[in-house]
Write a protein that binds this ligand. Structure first.
Ligand SMILES: Nc1nc2nc(S)n(CCO)c2c(=O)[nH]1
Length: 156
């Protein structure tokens, strides 16, 4: 397995059939070239963070093994978002899905269009709870703390 990494993607949806939306995103990741889905967290209903005047989200985290580069994975995530936003079932109207790259192996990337680890993941229970469920022993390469430590310390 030349140059494959384990990466973690955060999924979030708060418009339309949220569960269907997350399931579709997982299916599209499973069907993607150079991507193997190795774990999917439970789906968590979470209160909106940032802008409160919107519906609750359904959030999850997916673990993948991938031979894609970080930019290749970013491209795949935006393709999946576009694909799902394009799909419309009349009764629900627009669908919303976000795919955020949380971790990409131990890589630290700080570019205008790509920052990894995700800069706000350590402040977000809607990320930490599903991530801790499937990857408590993963090390955050910037904080050098295990996900379970960050998750538990975020409730001090
Ligand atoms: N609970 C919750 N709040 C959020 N605020 C924003 S922005 N987002 C979108 C993150 O990409 C979320 C989310 O996914 N879940």
């Amino acid at each position: 397995c030349n140059s494959e990494v384990t990466a973690y993607i955060g999924l979030g949806s708060n418009i339309g059939d949220r569960k269907f939306q997350l399931n579709r995103a997982v299916e599209l990741l499973k069907g993607a070239e150079k991507v193997e889905v190795t774990a999917v967290s439970s789906y968590y209903n979470t209160a909106p963070v940032g802008y409160e005047q919107q519906p609750d989200f359904l959030n999850a985290v997916v673990e993948i093994r991938t031979a894609l580069s970080a930019y290749g994975l970013l491209q795949l995530c935006s393709e999946i978002e576009k694909e799902l936003k394009r799909e419309r079932i009349i009764r629900w109207g627009p669908r919303t899905i976000d795919l955020d790259i949380l971790l990409f192996g131990n890589e630290i990337i700080y570019k205008k269009d790509l920052v990894i680890p995700h800069p706000r993941m350590h402040e977000r229970r809607f990320v930490l709870e599903p991530l801790n469920e499937i990857a408590p022993e993963v090390l955050h390469p910037v904080f050098n703390k295990y996900i379970r430590e960050i998750f538990h310390s975020s409730f001090m």
